[in-house]
Design a binder for this molecule. Structure first.
Ligand SMILES: Nc1ncnc2c1ncn2[C@@H]1O[C@H](COP(=O)(O)OP(=O)(O)O)[C@@H](O)[C@H]1O
Ligand SMILES: [Mg+2]
Length: 298
């Protein structure tokens, strides 16, 4: 092994539960893979140099991030882990082009990012589903907004619903779904237009530990099949090590990347990551960095 270079549910409303482990294990790939030469979008590369964000100006200027460099390869799964307020969400906004950097630059697939990009799927901690739309119609919103072919998008939505254990939930409203299922619908919505990058900002932060472990596995399986480039923001060491090819560890505010840890563990990774002795070494390494940075005071 290479050394590390290192919702609660509303009781008044009808709900359906998350899929069980056994249910998920029986699921088979279904029409989402894109071998070379087929129509699906391959993962994009993300490169950033000297990325810095200062909010406000003059006396109220606040240095929120950087400078940071990023080099994420096409199809790579990279996590950023760091303490609250260090600039993780800001990094994500800069990479989408939704927020301009104060200094530095971003290139997506070698092209300078100068405006918000559309070839992207984003999942936030809050599912941000529209209450008045069913699960499938929340996902199909992408087709309506982007003016894409309805039949193609519906086919992809159906395949994603099946892969994410959502079959049967198409016509339920967000309030009829558990927290885990709402996040699954958000993931389907982020992927239905076949973007080249998936950006996830603490997507499982509001879920209970059991649901998080299951959805981590399901996301990993979906990523293995589609190989989108994923930038995953979390403050969970288990999630970062459990999902990533590489973990970038950020300092306290203003966040800079203080360490890069290559996670050399076989995939798919198990529910209980402790099965791998290497897991605790990676986890310990991150704890130590946080201790050194004064994130933890024990
Ligand atoms: N639009 C904004 N204006 C001013 N300050 C902001 C803005 N957005 C974020 N910040 C500040 O920048 C810092 C980093 O925020 P954020 O990227 O959301 O941190 P994280 O996601 O790591 O918790 C925080 O101190 C936050 O209050
Ligand atoms: Mg954040």
């Amino acid at each position: 092994m290479a050394d590390a270079v290192v919702q609660t549910l509303n009781p008044d409303k009808a709900t359906i539960t998350d899929m069980t482990m056994a249910d998920m294990k029986t699921r088979t790939p279904s029409g989402l893979a894109h071998p070379a030469g087929s129509a699906g979008a391959a993962g994009a590369s993300i490169n950033a140099r000297g990325l810095t964000k200062v909010f406000g100006s003059g006396d109220t200027a606040f240095h929120a991030l950087g400078p940071i460099d990023l080099d994420i390869k096409p199809g790579e799964f990279v996590s950023i882990i760091g303490p609250s307020g260090c600039g993780k969400s800001t990094t994500m906004l800069l990479v989408t082009g939704l927020e301009p950097p104060s200094a530095g630059s971003v290139e997506i697939d070698g092209k300078p990012l100068t405006a918000p990009i559309s070839e992207i799927g984003i999942v936030f901690q809050d599912h941000l589903l529209l209450d008045f739309r069913t699960a499938i119609n929340n996902v199909m919103l992408q087709q309506e907004i982007r003016g894409l072919d309805k039949a193609t998008l519906r086919g992809r939505a159906d395949a994603l619903f099946e892969r994410l254990g959502l079959s049967g939930a198409e016509n339920r409203y967000p309030w009829q779904l558990s927290g885990g299922m709402r996040q699954r619908v958000s993931i389907a919505r982020a992927l239905v237009h076949d973007p080249s990058m998936l950006l996830m900002d603490e997507p499982f932060g509001a879920l209970d530990a059991i649901t998080r472990t299951q959805i981590r596995h399901d996301l990993e399986m979906l990523w293995l099949e589609t190989r989108k480039t994923v930038l995953f923001i979390t403050h969970s060491i288990e999630e970062a090590v459990g999902l990533s090819d590489r973990v970038l560890v950020m300092s306290k505010s203003p966040g800079t990347i203080v360490e890069e840890i290559v996670i050399d563990l076989p995939r798919p990774r198990p529910a209980h990551l402790g099965e791998y002795p290497e897991f605790s070494k990676y986890a310990e390494r991150i704890y130590r960095i946080f201790e050194k940075l004064g994130v933890y005071k024990f």
